[in-house]
Write a protein that binds this ligand. Structure first.
Ligand SMILES: Cc1c2[nH]c(c1CCC(=O)O)Cc1[nH]c(c(CCC(=O)O)c1C)Cc1[nH]c(c(CCC(=O)O)c1C)Cc1[nH]c(c(C)c1CCC(=O)O)C2
Length: 353
């Protein structure tokens, strides 16, 4: 085989490293999934959601589906943040209409057994999905790897059943601090290894999802979210320099400044509640900005969707920005609205007064 030299950097990676572009790169959280008929068809074939995540042929196909349909700038690996607790030894199931269940609920006695588990071995199908997806994607498209941040993953592990508000579990940090911190430390170590293995398999950038970062009082937020995410990114960067790390601490509010200021944080994901002007003033000098669009505006479509997109695109026109939603696309999203949104972004019409 002839040496074709290094692959050119995908647009998304260039922007995550600080390049500003006239038209921002675009991808969406939960861009693969239930709103797409081609996903639902494969999902039915695969059996359980967990089986689908661990089937490299089908998981690769699901990873590529939204990029094919909408010509997005990036694919995100199709997997789930709860594959780590599953690999550590908890049973994972998805209760229809309720959400994920990890059982049995985590206890201090389980921590020692979990430390012995070789998670990378049982996550091997995920790395195979990454390899196949990278090989199938055009060179200018980025492949994003991801993991849950320790606090969000820990809340699911501690709940042991579907919970609408896992953040209520922060009481455990006050009452059982050594146990909770022991669990967080274990997750920091395993999550860093997991992301490094995704990068080795072909991921061009990685995102840490801290979906339950909101509502933590400052000392707890720093101990349970900011510092564990920093520690993971530091390990990833020491092992694989140059691969951008995106932090998405949903609901972090004014504390977003603490994440953005970290040397290890290349980009921060904005949730739907973050005011664009505030983000521009307080975050843009430290980190690349991503997201912010209300996924419900994409459900609505039309002029309302364009106005919501325009507001963000104009606010962030002078800084490196990755266009995305402020949380995952919801199952009610009409795929035609996603296509119209990408067209609107690429048309540049939002620049006109
Ligand atoms: C908290 C969390 C989870 N998973 C994830 C998070 C963090 C982001 C967030 O806050 O949404 C992250 C995730 N989950 C999934 C992806 C794949 C990539 C993508 O963004 O397209 C990613 C990045 C697939 C999925 N993960 C899940 C689905 C739906 C599964 C199905 O087909 O039934 C998909 C496509 C299941 C899942 N997985 C999880 C929940 C709460 C659920 C149930 C939610 C629901 O039922 O809507 C845990």
């Amino acid at each position: 085989m002839t040496d074709q030299g290094p692959r050119p950097e995908p647009l998304l990676v260039r922007v995550l490293k600080g390049e500003r572009t006239a038209i921002p790169p675009v991808w969406f959280m939960r861009q693969a999934g239930r709103y797409l008929p081609e996903y639902r068809a494969l999902r039915e074939e695969a059996g359980s959601f967990l089986d689908l995540c661990r089937d490299p042929t089908r998981a690769c196909e699901v990873t590529l589906q939204p990029v094919r349909r909408f010509d997005l700038d990036a694919a995100i690996l199709f997997a789930d943040i709860l594959l780590i607790p599953h690999a550590l030894g908890q049973d994972l199931s998805f209760v229809e209409g309720e959400g994920p269940r990890l059982a049995p609920a985590m206890t201090p006695a389980m921590l020692d057994a979990f430390r012995e588990r070789n998670v990378l071995e049982s996550l091997a199908p995920v790395f195979e999905t990454v390899r196949r997806a990278r090989a199938a994607l055009a060179p200018e498209k980025a492949l994003i790897g991801f993991a849950g941040a320790p606090w969000t993953v820990a809340t699911y592990m501690l709940a042991g059943g579907p919970s609408r508000d896992p953040s209520a579990l922060r009481a455990r940090w006050y009452g059982e601090r050594a146990f909770v911190e022991g669990l967080i430390d274990l997750l920091v170590a395993r999550t860093a290894d997991y992301l490094i293995a995704q990068i080795d398999a072909g991921a061009d950038a990685v995102q840490l999802f801290d979906s339950w970062a909101g509502g933590l009082p400052e000392p707890a937020a720093r101990a349970l979210s900011v510092e564990p995410m920093r520690a993971i990114a530091a390990k990833v960067k020491a092992a694989r320099p140059g691969v951008p790390v995106i932090f998405f601490p949903k609901g972090a509010g004014a504390l977003l400044e603490a994440y953005a200021a970290l040397e290890e944080c290349d980009a921060v994901g904005l949730d739907t509640a973050t005011p664009p002007d505030w983000a521009l003033r307080n975050l843009a000098g430290c980190a690349v900005l991503q997201g912010g669009l209300d996924p419900l505006a994409v459900v609505a479509g039309g002029a309302a969707m364009r106005a919501a997109a325009r507001r963000l695109l104009r606010a962030f026109a002078g800084v490196p920005y990755v266009f995305n939603t402020g949380h995952g696309l919801v199952p009610e999203t009409p795929p035609a609205h996603v296509a119209a949104l990408v067209d609107y972004l690429r048309s540049g019409d939002w620049k006109d007064a």
